[in-house]
Design a protein around this ligand. Structure first.
Ligand SMILES: [Zn+2]
Length: 409
């Protein structure tokens, strides 16, 4: 397949992209706007629109999608209250929905969310599934089944996630182990939910032990409440460095960072850089958010995530990372041209860096995978203004979506 008349980021002129064997074979500058088909390859005309890598969603609670109506608004009201003082109460209330978890009941919502991902050009999702004594293994099993069904369209990284704690929820650690044995990709964690600092540290150590034993990456939700005294981001960075797990660990949310005293914030930034820990932020799903601009300026890689789709914590969401970036543009006040480039990086190349995607998995370059999106406009500003689905989504050299419609194999 060949895509002609592409506008590429940071370059002038029009380009032709050639694929072969599921890889980008060549990216070549055109002497002028080409029109004719090349050989007998399938040729697409981008018509001067922006063509980039597909999107990366650094954080999605995939087992919970579309469960809001089962629960009502009690948890949302607590989580979104000013100052985020009720975050722990919200998580406790939201746990009720998991008592009815059954793999077959969860799958229709998971499929719907993954179809949206494909339609919106999302190629990779770090997908959290509650794995605890309430959910059992039903959530992670459903997410892994969705992962296999959509493997041709979206790469789902299934995170075995002890949402209600590890020390607080005796038996959860053993379920995480079983999920890893079943093939979960990533070890999760939420140490700040524990009741003492010592338990939070134990939570991090137990989950990092499993990551070491099973050779897995780690994603933990840290310091996710309106409490400046939370310290689990720091502990995670210190443990990561101590264990040599550099570039394999992400910190999600870290909303209390907005309240840290400045000297402490700067110390944590130094620890994150030393440990190679990136941050995934979801500014649209809570009243506080990580200091995205300051982290980026200090050289800490930052990704954005969808976080939730119509669950106990957030009523909207379409697995559309342009929509997430559009919302973040307002919440972070990133509206200058350079800022918008940064927003786009945080849903593409920077997010890939945070998730430790390798050169053969992600990146629009010769030798990279034959995955890209063709937009309807030539500039990032227009693409963000519209935040509509790409005109064309290509995965593995094949068109898998057009104009927001997923085209199953
Ligand atoms: Zn989350």
């Amino acid at each position: 397949m060949v895509v002609r008349n592409c506008t590429l980021r940071g370059r002038s002129g029009a380009y032709t992209i050639r694929f072969a064997d599921g890889r980008v074979e060549e990216i070549e500058e055109q002497s002028g706007p080409g029109t004719s088909a090349v050989g007998d390859s399938e040729t697409l005309d981008a018509d001067g629109a922006l063509v980039t890598e597909p999107f990366v969603n650094g954080h999605l609670h995939l087992c919970k999608v579309y469960t809001l109506d089962q629960l009502g608004d009690s948890a949302i009201a607590q989580y979104h209250a000013p100052g985020m003082g009720g975050a722990m109460t919200a998580i406790e209330a939201a746990a009720a929905v998991k008592r009815g978890y059954q793999r077959e009941k969860l799958l229709p919502g998971i499929r719907r969310a993954l179809e949206l991902a494909a339609a919106n050009g999302v190629s990779h999702i770090r997908a959290f599934a509650d794995t605890d004594t309430t959910a059992g293994l039903e959530g992670i099993a459903a997410v892994m089944e969705g992962r296999e069904e959509f493997r041709h369209a979206v790469t789902v990284q299934a995170v075995a996630f002890p949402q209600d704690g590890v020390v607080r929820d005796p038996g959860a650690a053993e379920l995480i182990r079983q999920a890893l044995e079943m093939g979960a990709d990533v070890v999760g964690g939420i140490p700040w939910i524990e009741l003492t600092d010592a338990d939070a540290t134990e939570h991090i150590r137990l989950m990092m032990d499993l990551a070491g034993e099973f050779d897995r990456d780690v994603s933990m939700l840290v310091d996710d409440a309106g409490d400046a005294g939370l310290r689990t981001l720091e502990t995670l960075a210190v443990e990561t460095h101590r264990r040599g797990w550099h570039h394999r660990v992400t910190a999600q949310h870290a909303r209390a960072m907005a309240l840290y005293p400045e000297p402490y914030f700067r110390k944590v930034v130094g620890l994150l850089k030393r440990a190679g820990v990136g941050v995934v932020s979801d500014p649209h799903t809570g009243p506080l958010h990580a200091r995205v601009r300051d982290l980026r300026e200090a050289g800490v890689p930052v990704a954005l995530g969808q976080d939730d789709i119509t669950d106990a914590y957030y009523p909207f969401g379409r697995n559309n990372m342009l929509e997430v970036a559009f919302l973040a543009a307002h919440l972070l006040w990133m509206t200058a041209a350079e800022d918008m480039e940064g927003l786009y990086d945080m849903i593409t190349v920077d997010a890939a860096r945070v998730l430790n995607l390798k050169a053969d998995q992600y990146g629009l370059r010769p030798g990279g995978p034959a995955d890209l999106v063709i937009h309807r406009h030539a500039t990032i500003r227009e693409v963000l203004r519209d935040h509509s689905a790409p005109a064309v989504v290509i995965r593995g050299g094949r068109v898998i979506a057009r104009n927001g419609e997923y085209l199953p194999g």
